[in-house]
Design a protein around this ligand. Structure first.
Ligand SMILES: C[S@@+](CC[C@H](N)C(=O)[O-])C[C@H]1O[C@@H](n2cnc3c(N)ncnc32)[C@H](O)[C@@H]1O
Length: 241
């Protein structure tokens, strides 16, 4: 099964709040919490045209739509887009685009003020693809526009977290939540091991970013209450000119 098939199946079988593959998330309001964390780092207002890249079933897109002028949800999973269309049918300022982020992008008649790409880039095949993606995104971003890569798994953070989980109680909590999530997925016929992905280190990312002249960037920790805050971070890239 390739990733596109996996995410189509996930969108089809999982309910709204698990339909984007948010593992270990046993909270039904996780999108709201995630959006709050995003909006604390990257302002979005009613003049902004936003791209929600890899937007999945639209859980975060809904909150973006409530703030911005227009948002395009792009994803390569047709079923996810269909679910998102249902979820967001009352929002007039949302449109949808079937797009594989590894392909050439269509030409847009405008540039984006903000691009949100949350919990997606670990589904790329390799780090080189991440560099290529940034190059494509910079072409469609306004000068001073912001690109938000959220929820990037960092190996060094994951290893540090493993250390803390040596304490029996923390490890038990982790194992319980993981098994409950996996059990729910199992009942729905989803096997999380079927999705392929990569992880990053900050050095790998800094190295990729060093090849772009026209940007600055900053890493952000996540709100500690978010499900992956222990092992993931967010990255904001600003296109200078
Ligand atoms: C973990 S989900 C995150 C969805 C949403 N951004 C969120 O945070 O709720 C990853 C999403 O990325 C999409 N995706 C993964 N690889 C992609 C690719 N190559 N092109 C387009 N979308 C992709 C999947 O279909 C899926 O909807």
């Amino acid at each position: 099964m390739n990733n596109e098939e996996f995410f189509n199946k996930l969108a089809d079988k999982a309910g709204d709040w698990m339909g984007s593959g948010r593992y270990f998330t046993l909270k039904t309001d996780c999108y709201k919490s995630i959006f709050h964390d995003i909006i604390n780092k990257i302002p979005i207002d009613d003049r902004d045209i936003v791209l929600d890249l890899g937007g999945g079933t639209g859980g975060i897109t809904k909150y973006i739509a409530e703030r911005c002028k227009h948002v395009i949800l792009a994803d390569f999973a047709r079923t996810a887009i269909k679910k998102a269309e249902e979820r967001l049918k009352d929002y007039q300022n949302v449109s949808f685009l079937l797009l594989d982020i590894n392909d050439n992008f269509p030409s847009f008649e405008f540039k984006f003020d903000k691009i949100i790409c949350y919990s997606v880039i670990h589904n790329l095949n390799n780090h080189e693809e991440f560099g290529k993606l940034i190059a494509k995104l910079l072409k469609i971003t306004e000068p001073q526009g912001l690109i938000f890569f959220g929820d990037i798994p960092l190996s060094e953070k994951y290893m540090a977290n493993l250390e803390t989980r040596k304490f029996f109680l923390m490890d038990s909590m982790y194992i319980i939540r993981k098994n409950i999530s996996n059990f729910i997925y199992f009942i729905k016929g989803i096997n999380g091991r079927e999705v392929k992905g990569i992880s990053y280190t900050k050095d790998i990312i800094k190295n990729i970013l060093s090849s772009f002249a026209n940007i600055d960037y900053i890493f952000f920790e996540q709100d500690k209450r978010l499900p992956f805050a222990n092992s993931r971070e967010d990255l904001i890239i600003r296109k200078i000119l």
